[in-house]
Design a protein. Structure first.
Length: 278
């Protein structure tokens, strides 16, 4: 299976008939045509943070979490009743060790579920909700290098039919949003950080993505807090050496959220559109 990083942006992208939602729909159709349905979707969302240790969801029927406020009722009414995979969660928790700590992961069998970082992109891709979905948490206190190392442990799962999805944003600064901006308008620091990431991805220097703090003030502006960046490190860690990335949705929402997304390990992915795929 390929590996994805998806810029999810505003939760409204899940229900609006816009270019992002249409690209996710086309991507899901293309993946099924080329590879068949995944055996499991493992999603690393920017919106599930755990303390000290990583965790995977292990409930049979993960709930749909509406972890946002101030949006229309239509968005709160959204449900994504995909099954979980409790037995697989237990197995993965034993196989995947927390980097540095070298101990098995935790299994959350009751508390979490599927937050909007997961269902807002997975639902347009696979609307029938018949593929098991599992989330992997982020541990904000652990280093970016550890997040990348955990992504490297995920690499072998791709050969077992697991679709690995990182869901966040390459630039994410809600305090700087300009709601009237077009997709081609962004702050200079946002453009610089987005271009830096695109250059590292294009050149295959994926380990360098963990050193994003080297950009100093530019990185601080792009990510006042960096939970939306960490899913990229998991996805990048799962990439095999030499795999070529394809970018799509390479524009911005509200001048301060990069929607740039990417897929590795796939043949040409038709149907997304020339504006989005390059």
């Amino acid at each position: 299976m390929p590996v994805l990083f998806l810029g999810h942006g505003s939760p409204m992208n899940a229900i609006e008939d816009n270019e992002y939602r249409r690209s996710w729909q086309a991507l899901g159709d293309s993946l099924i045509r080329q590879y068949g349905k995944p055996q499991l979707i493992l999603c690393v969302s920017a919106h599930w943070l755990t303390q000290q240790d990583w965790a995977v969801t292990g409930m049979e029927k993960p709930r749909t979490i509406h972890d946002f406020g101030g949006f229309p009722q239509e968005l709160f009414a959204q449900q994504y009743p995909a099954p979980g995979a409790p037995a697989v969660a237990l197995e993965l928790a034993e196989r995947l060790n927390s980097p540095e700590a070298d101990r098995p992961m935790l299994v959350d069998a009751a508390e979490w579920g599927l937050d909007h970082g997961t269902w807002s992109v997975i639902k347009p891709m696979f609307p029938t909700a018949d593929i098991p979905v599992m989330q992997l948490s982020l541990v904000y206190e652990r280093s970016p290098e550890e997040h990348f190392a955990l992504g490297q442990q995920l690499r072998a799962l791709r050969e077992q039919g697991v679709l690995i999805v990182g869901s966040g944003n390459i630039v994410h600064n809600l305090r700087a949003m300009q709601r009237t901006s077009s997709g081609l308008q962004a702050y200079d620091w946002a453009l610089e950080f987005d271009a830096h990431v695109a250059d590292k991805v294009s050149s295959g220097d994926l380990a360098a993505l963990a050193r994003f703090h080297d950009l100093g003030q530019v990185a601080q502006m792009a990510h006042p807090t960096f939970e939306h960046y960490l899913p990229l490190l998991h996805a990048a860690g799962a990439v095999h050496p030499g795999e070529t990335p394809q970018f799509f949705n390479s524009d911005f929402q509200m001048a301060a959220i990069s929607m740039r997304s990417m897929i590795w390990g796939a043949a040409d992915t038709p149907g997304i559109g020339l504006k989005h795929l390059g």
